[in-house]
Design a protein around this ligand. Structure first.
Ligand SMILES: Cc1cc2nc3c(=O)[nH]c(=O)nc-3n(C[C@H](O)[C@H](O)[C@H](O)COP(=O)(O)OP(=O)(O)OC[C@H]3O[C@@H](n4cnc5c(N)ncnc54)[C@H](O)[C@@H]3O)c2cc1C
Ligand SMILES: *[C@@H]1O[C@H](CO)[C@@H](O)[C@H](O)[C@H]1NC(C)=O
Ligand SMILES: *[C@@H]1O[C@H](CO)[C@@H](O)[C@H](O)[C@H]1NC(C)=O
Ligand SMILES: *[C@@H]1O[C@H](CO)[C@@H](O)[C@H](O)[C@H]1NC(C)=O
Ligand SMILES: *[C@@H]1O[C@H](CO)[C@@H](O)[C@H](O)[C@H]1NC(C)=O
Ligand SMILES: *[C@@H]1O[C@H](CO)[C@@H](O)[C@H](O)[C@H]1NC(C)=O
Length: 541
C-alpha cells in the first residue's frame, strides 16, 4: 500500500504549472492533482504489488495525461450537464478487464486516500458515478459485462457492466417467452440500475428488478469477492435497492427470468384538452393501479405549443401482456374514456416491445438496436421524483397544468403501481414505495444547449414545479426514487460520517428501511470508504 505525500504532490503541481501552463493551472479546469504522473505511478506500483502484471496495467490504467483519458471518461457520460470544462475530473480511471484487477483497484484506492467512484452504465442523473468534489478514482466497470442465460433454470448471471438492452437481447436469443422486468432505456447499466431498484413496464405484474434477483457477487471493502452466502442476507438485502455504491462494488447479479407471452400489445396515443384530457387523466388515475396486472399505462404530461399557444398534451404509452382483442375488451369495459381503437394497437414480440419503449429515432429498428452502447443523443438533463398516494382532484390537475404551461418546459411522467407492487412488504427490499402508492411521478426536463443561463433556468423550473406539487404528493416523508437521483433533496457533501445529513435524503428514498441500511453499512464499512453524495452514512460511534 502507498500514500501520496502532500508535499510531493504540491511540489509537482507547482513545477507542472510553471513549466507548462501557468494560466490554466490556476484558472482552468485541470484535474485536482496535476501531479497525475506521480499519482499514476503510485497507483501502478500498488497494482503491481497486488498481483496485476505491468502489461495488464498499461491496458487498464489512465491518468489525465493519457491521450485517451477524455474519450474514456466521456464514453459513459449520459448527462451533458457533467461534460463541461469546469466539471471535476478524476485523477485516475481504472477499466478492469478481470475481476482480480477490480479487487486490486479497490485496495489501491484505499491506500491512495482518493475517493472511489464506481461507474457501470453512467446514467446517474446527477453524474455521481464519475464526478466528485474531492480528488477521486473512477472504477469503470464497462468491460465486465458477461451475460449467461440458462433457460432450464430460468435464471441468468449478468455482470455489472452489461446494459439492459444486452440483457434483454441475450434472453431473447435463447427464448421468446422469457423476459426481465427492468427499465426501458437500453443503455442503462446493470450495476446502478439493479442496485438502485430498477423498474419498467412489467412492474405491475412482476415487481421491480430487485424482486427478481436471487444471488449476487460483490467485492467488499477488503477486496474480497463474496456471493450471497459469503456476504450474508443483510448485505444481499441492502444491494437490492439501497444503492450498491455504499456497500461494495457489485460484480454481478443472478436474476430470475419471468414468463412473457409470445405476443404482446403496445400503444401510444395523445390527447389534448380539446379531446377531454383532464377528465381522461382523472379516470386513468382511478384505474391505472387496479386494472389487470398485465396492463401498464404510463402517461407523459407535457407542455407543448399548439398553433402558437402553449397547452398540455398527454401521451399514453402502454404495454399489455396479451393480444390486441383482449386489450380492447379490457379497455372498453374499464377505460372507455380514452377512446382506444384497435388501429391504435400494435401486436409484437416482447423483445420488439422493448425496442418500441426505447423510442429509437431511426425507423423500424430490429432487436439488434438494443445492443448499441451509444444512445441516439445525450442531452442536458434534470430529474426529480414524487409519489402519489391520494388521488389528485380534477381542479388539482387543472392548477398543475396551468403551472406547467406557465413554466413552459418541465414535463411529468406518471408510472402506475399496484398489482405485484402492493403484494410485497415494504421491508422486503430497501425500496419502500409499495402498498398504497397509486403512481410515481418523474419530473423531466431535457435541453440541448450549454448556455449556463438555460441550465439555471431549467433547474429552477423543475424545482418550482416540485414546490407547487407539494399538496398533491406524499408527505412525512415526501418519498423519492433513488434511481431518479436528485441532489436537491439533500446530500452529505461527501462528509465523512454524517448520519443526520444522510437521514434527510435517506428516509425519502428508503422510509423505515433507512435505519437497517445504516446498520448494515456500519457493520461492513465502518470507515465509510464506499461513499458518495447520497450514500448510506455510518452510525456515530
Ligand atoms: C435515459 C435514462 C433512462 C432511464 N430509464 C429508467 C427506467 O426505465 N427505469 C428505472 O428504474 N431507471 C431508469 N433510469 C435511471 C437508472 O436506472 C439509474 O440512473 C441507474 O442508477 C443507472 O445505472 P448505471 O449503471 O447506468 O449508472 P451509473 O451512473 O454507472 O451508476 C449509478 C449509481 O450506481 C452506482 N454503481 C454503478 N455501478 C455500480 C457497481 N457495479 N457497484 C456498486 N455501485 C455501482 C454508482 O456509483 C452510482 O451511484 C434511466 C436513466 C436514464 C439516464
Ligand atoms: C497511459 O499512459 C501511460 C504512460 O504513458 C501508459 O503506460 C499507459 O499504457 C496508458 N494507459 C492506457 C490504458 O493506454
Ligand atoms: C462532451 O463534450 C464534448 C465537447 O463539447 C463533445 O465532443 C462530446 O461529444 C461530449 N460528450 C458526450 C458524451 O456527449
Ligand atoms: C466472460 O466470459 C468468458 C467466456 O465464458 C470468460 O472466458 C471470461 O473469463 C468471462 N469474463 C469475466 C470477467 O467473468
Ligand atoms: C369528457 O369526459 C367526461 C368525464 O369522463 C364525460 O362526461 C364527457 O362526456 C366527456 N366529453 C367529451 C366531449 O368526450
Ligand atoms: C446570462 O445572464 C447574464 C445575467 O443576466 C447575462 O449578463 C449574460 O449575457 C447571459 N449569458 C448568455 C449566454 O445569454
Amino acid at each position: 500500500m502507498f500514500r501520496i505525500s502532500k508535499t510531493c504532490t504540491m511540489k509537482n503541481f507547482l513545477a507542472f504549472c510553471i513549466s507548462l501552463f501557468l494560466v490554466p493551472c490556476i484558472f482552468g479546469s485541470l484535474p485536482f492533482s496535476a501531479s497525475s504522473d506521480s499519482t499514476f505511478d503510485s497507483f501502478a506500483n500498488c497494482l503491481t504489488k497486488n498481483g496485476v502484471p505491468s502489461n495488464q496495467i498499461s491496458q487498464i490504467l489512465y491518468s489525465p495525461t493519457n491521450t485517451s483519458f477524455s474519450s474514456v471518461l466521456n464514453a459513459y457520460v449520459r448527462n451533458q450537464r457533467f461534460n463541461t470544462s469546469s466539471t471535476k475530473k478524476p485523477s485516475i480511471i481504472v477499466t478492469p478487464l478481470l475481476v482480480q484487477q477490480a479487487q486490486a483497484a479497490i485496495i489501491c484506492t484505499k491506500g491512495s486516500g482518493l475517493q472511489l467512484k464506481i461507474r457501470s452504465g453512467g446514467h446517474d442523473y446527477e453524474g455521481i458515478s464519475y464526478v466528485s468534489a474531492n480528488p477521486f478514482v473512477v472504477l469503470d466497470m464497462f468491460n465486465l459485462r458477461n451475460i449467461s442465460v440458462d433457460i432450464p433454470s430460468q435464471t441468468a448471471w449478468v455482470q455489472a457492466g452489461a446494459t439492459l438492452g444486452e440483457v434483454y437481447y441475450r434472453i431473447w436469443q435463447k427464448s421468446n417467452v422469457f423476459g426481465y422486468p427492468a427499465g426501458v432505456c437500453p443503455t442503462v447499466g446493470v450495476g446502478g440500475h439493479i442496485s438502485g431498484g430498477g423498474y419498467g413496464p412489467l412492474l405491475r405484474k412482476f415487481g421491480l428488478t430487485v424482486d427478481n434477483v436471487v444471488d449476487a457477487q460483490i467485492i467488499d471493502v477488503n477486496g474480497n469477492v463474496l456471493d450471497r452466502k459469503g456476504m450474508g442476507e443483510d448485505v444481499f438485502w441492502a444491494i437490492r435497492g439501497g444503492g450498491g455504491a455504499s456497500f461494495g462494488v457489485v460484480l454481478a447479479y443472478k436474476i430470475n427470468l419471468v414468463p412473457v407471452p409470445s405476443i404482446v400489445t403496445v400503444f401510444s396515443i395523445q390527447r389534448t384538452e380539446a379531446q377531454n384530457a383532464t377528465n381522461i387523466l382523472v379516470k386513468w388515475q382511478s384505474i391505472a393501479a387496479t386494472i389487470d396486472n398485465n396492463l401498464f399505462i404510463r402517461v407523459l404530461v407535457q407542455p407543448v405549443t399548439v398553433s402558437g399557444k402553449k397547452a398540455i398534451r398527454l401521451t399514453f404509452n402502454a404495454l399489455y401482456q396479451g393480444n390486441s382483442n383482449s386489450l380492447m375488451t379490457l379497455m372498453n369495459s374499464q377505460f372507455p374514456e380514452l377512446g382506444l381503437k384497435s388501429s391504435d394497437c400494435q401486436q409484437m414480440s416482447w423483445i420488439q416491445s422493448m425496442v418500441f419503449w426505447a423510442n429509437f429515432k431511426k425507423s423500424s429498428p430490429t432487436p439488434e438496436a438494443l445492443l448499441s452502447r451509444t444512445p441516439d443523443s445525450v442531452n442536458f438533463l434534470k430529474r426529480k421524483s414524487d409519489y402519489v398516494v391520494t388521488p389528485i382532484p380534477k381542479d388539482g390537475f387543472t392548477a398543475i397544468f396551468n403551472k406547467m404551461v406557465q413554466l413552459g418546459k418541465v414535463g411529468l411522467v406518471f408510472n402506475p403501481y399496484g398489482g405485484k407492487m402492493s403484494q410485497i412488504a415494504e421491508s422486503d427490499a430497501p425500496f419502500p414505495h409499495r402498498t398504497g402508492v397509486l403512481y410515481k411521478i418523474q419530473y423531466s426536463v431535457n435541453w440541448d444547449s450549454a448556455d449556463p443561463n438555460l441550465t439555471t433556468q431549467y433547474l429552477q423550473e423543475a424545482r418550482d414545479l416540485y414546490t407547487f406539487m407539494t399538496p398533491y404528493v406524499s408527505s412525512n416523508p415526501r418519498q423519492a426514487f433513488l434511481n431518479y437521483r436528485d441532489l436537491d433533496i439533500g446530500t452529505n457533501d461527501n462528509g465523512p460520517n454524517s448520519y443526520s445529513e444522510g437521514q434527510v435524503y435517506g428516509v425519502k428514498y428508503f422510509k423505515g428501511n433507512f435505519d437497517r441500511l445504516v446498520k448494515v453499512k456500519t457493520a461492513v464499512d465502518p470507515q465509510n470508504f464506499f461513499r458518495n453524495e447520497q450514500s448510506i452514512p455510518v452510525l456515530p460511534s
